[in-house]
Design a protein around this ligand. Structure first.
Ligand code: FE
Length: 284
């Protein structure tokens, strides 16, 4: 989450900048195509079906970096969401404000060919390929709006850190049950070739049934693959547990509880897979 940011002079008061789609170079479009081809080949067997449907509805299979004007026509028709370009990280409350109004903020820059597998700041491939297809799903679309509204309330209560963990373990790194299988839906996984395999197949990470309060207490790592993944039963269930929950009493309890470390399991966890944590230990 972002604090103490200064708005660049070329950004509007709401931090929006033009995407300026015509200024992308052929090399930049080629990076998108390369990343897209790699994920499009690997994901169908691994990702939540709603993600593939979103790609299809938005015609994101078309080559090149998507033009937001074109993308927004289809997205707005589907669920009333829009994608807007911003210069980079935006202040938390601005981020929540956009989500609460069904605007998803996205970086306009794309990584270089030397950064295909790792970059620190989210680029347009992460933001648009990773996040936007699920905004076509009506229930997930409502969840994202509810998250923004919850963020505005959490900011007033000083609970942004707890709420950001919810975003991390759902929107960015969430897994979902589909029949008897686990599938990917978090954008941080779906936009990463390596983590798309690791999150489902590797014995190292824990896979734990989603529990709102547990998730809000759990630290996360920003520098490497996750040590925990939380598994939701459905987007309907996620929406029900978060939008309709009274977070006040949960926040009151969280203030008195210590955070849970990455990789730690609790006796109360619904453990689907107890990770070996071998990967994390080898990298430590
Ligand atoms: Fe993201």
């Amino acid at each position: 989450m972002a604090t103490d940011l200064t708005r660049p002079a070329h950004a509007a008061p709401d931090w929006i900048i033009p995407q300026d789609w015509h200024s992308y170079s052929p090399e930049e479009h080629a990076v998108w195509d390369l990343l897209f081809a790699r994920q499009a080949e690997m994901l169908p067997a691994r990702v939540a079906p709603a993600f593939m449907e979103g790609l299809d509805v938005l015609r994101m299979t078309k080559p090149g970096i998507p033009d937001f004007d074109e993308l927004n026509e289809r997205l707005f028709r589907a669920t009333g969401w829009q994608v807007v370009a911003v210069p980079g990280l935006v202040p938390d409350e601005m981020f929540f404000e956009h989500l609460a109004n069904r605007r998803f903020v996205a970086g306009r820059f794309i990584r270089t060919p030397g950064q295909l597998d790792y970059l620190q700041e989210p680029d347009i491939f992460h933001d648009v390929f990773g996040h936007v297809p699920l905004l076509v799903h009506p229930v997930f679309a409502d969840y994202m709006q509810a998250y923004g509204e919850g963020g505005l309330r959490a900011a007033k209560l000083g609970m942004i850190e707890a709420l950001s963990r919810l975003y991390w373990y759902t929107v960015e790194f969430g897994l979902i049950r589909v029949g008897s299988d686990l599938k990917l839906y978090g954008a941080g996984i779906v936009s990463s070739y390596g983590e798309s395999i690791f999150a489902l197949d590797d014995a190292s990470p824990n896979r734990i049934g989603f529990d709102l309060e547990r998730v809000m207490r759990t630290r996360y790592r920003i520098d490497d693959y996750q040590q925990n993944y939380f598994v939701i039963d459905s987007f309907e269930d996620l929406l029900r547990q978060t939008r309709d929950a009274d977070l006040g009493p949960i926040y009151d309890r969280l203030r008195d509880l210590d955070a849970i470390d990455v990789g730690q399991l609790l006796p109360s966890d619904q453990v689907l897979h107890a990770g070996t944590q071998r990967y994390a230990r080898a990298r430590a």
